[in-house]
Design a protein around this ligand. Structure first.
Ligand code: 13P
Length: 255
């Protein structure tokens, strides 16, 4: 991470919270969490709740927002889909690509994820590219291979733009299992080396790499102390304003 990049605390709400709940959350969270100039906070509500969330946080420019997924094409006859350009019109900063739930449930493979990252960059939004291994892959000793394959596919299709990545071991998502600080540190090092291999030293040094998978108030400080962890992508523990506020306000120690 460059000296200028601030740690990022991101909330992935998945398919939770309609517009009414998103607005209610925004009100509670705004009163519980005061802006911290040394960090960034971003929310990924369901697409239908984005506008309500953005409106409800108008007075809080420190609270950023993004979309959980976009279609890989600019526009067209794709019923139910949303393009990156449309998402950009709502006043967002970010877009996720390649979340493991998209890869598993909707067949987003490396080629599709790469195409989505390109559309996101074209739209002016910033992609957060999600990568990570399943338990079977980890147990088969394929951690590096899987991460390198996922990273190289994306790097081969973009033009050297600096990217944000989220390393989310699939076995730690929604399971209560968290990668140990050592496991997270090792994986983040593999990710940064793979970026170096696929895109060069400058891209690797400037890459922001988040950790995701059962992050909670009880483990956030330990995880943020791991060298190479530049922030977190939080699922379940981001749904309650008090819990997520305490994660975002965690001590960053000597970072
Ligand atoms: P949990 O924090 O619920 O494990 O989810 C992690 C995740 O998938 C964030 O994108």
């Amino acid at each position: 991470m460059t000296a200028r990049a601030k740690p990022l605390f991101a909330a992935n709400w998945k398919m939770f919270k309609g517009p009414l709940e998103a607005e209610e959350f925004a009100g509670s969270f705004s009163s519980l969490y005061a802006a911290h100039p040394d960090r960034r906070v971003a929310f990924f509500p369901p697409a239908i709740s984005l506008e309500a969330f953005v409106r409800a946080t108008e007075q809080r420019p420190d609270l950023e927002a993004g979309i959980q997924d976009v279609h890989e094409e600019v526009d067209g006859a794709h019923t139910g889909a949303i393009s990156a350009l449309m998402a950009a019109q709502v006043g967002l900063t970010w877009a996720l690509a390649g979340h493991s739930e998209r890869r598993r449930e909707f067949g987003d493979d490396d080629a599709l994820v790469s195409a989505k990252v390109c559309r996101i960059l074209d739209s002016g939004l910033k992609p957060i590219v999600c990568i990570g291994e399943t338990l079977e892959e980890r147990e088969a000793g394929m951690l590096s291979e899987v991460l390198e394959r996922q990273i190289r596919a994306v790097l081969a299709s973009v033009d050297g733009e600096p990217l944000t990545w989220a390393y989310e071991p699939v076995w730690a998502i929604g399971t209560g299992l968290t990668a140990s600080p050592d496991d997270a540190g090792e994986a983040h090092e593999i990710v940064r080396e793979a970026i170096r291999g696929g895109g060069g030293g400058e891209l690797a040094d400037s890459a922001v790499i988040l950790y995701g998978g059962s992050v909670k108030p009880g483990n956030i400080e330990q995880l943020m102390a791991v060298p190479g962890v530049d922030g977190v992508l939080v699922g379940g523990a981001s749904l309650d304003p008090e819990t997520f506020a305490s994660i975002c306000a965690c001590s960053l120690g000597a970072r």
